[in-house]
Design a protein around this ligand. Sequence first.
Ligand SMILES: [Zn+2]
Length: 246
Amino acid sequence: MKADPEAQLRLLDLQGIDTALAQLAHRRRTLPEHAELQSLDARLAGLEDERVRAQVAVDDLDRDIARLEKDVDQVRARKDKDQARLTMGTGPARELEALQHELVSLNRRQSDLEDAELELMEQREQAQGVLDGVAGRLAEAREARAGAASRRDEALAGIAKDEEFRSAARGPLTAQIPADLLALYNRLRESSGGIGAALLRAGRCGGCRLELAGSERGRVRAADPDEVVRCEECGRIMVRTAESGL
Ligand SMILES: [Zn+2]
């Protein structure tokens, strides 16, 4: 293939832009914030489960306490009724005696219920403490996530801006390169790890870094400036300049 030496030089500029674009794409994929957000999301999911369990424990205790309070209310109502009948003092003595017995047992029942309620209230206080602790850790993790997300967005915006800048220069540059040379460059770039053209510097291919053998060097030296020369080792386009050491 033949191409004007100037067009071949433009390939180096194009390669510079394409390498920068590839590095930016790599940076976008490998931002540390991606891994950080992933681990924070897992932490948030775990804490959310923990919060639900802690809330269920508090709700269960509230329900148990409410049931005990209802029982206590029933006992109180029954006591009031018995007390009122005793105060009136009417009725057979046996009946009044039975009422007094019932009052004693109702008092004992109320005291038992109140003890049980007290116990549950202590448990509830502990459960609430657990819930508050989880809620605090959840708030911290949410804040950390928001911080990481904002750092990620900032980094992505910076990368997008750089990409826009590089891409804007790419178009006019490709217009200065013949279509067949550009196609070869693009094909080589795809098949050779992102580098399609490199400077031949001091007898060394800039693509694979290998030094040209004597015979190879002679072939390249003898090649017409319009000739597009390629490395025997890596196949990439070698652009010759005064630095090529031929
Ligand atoms: Zn090479």
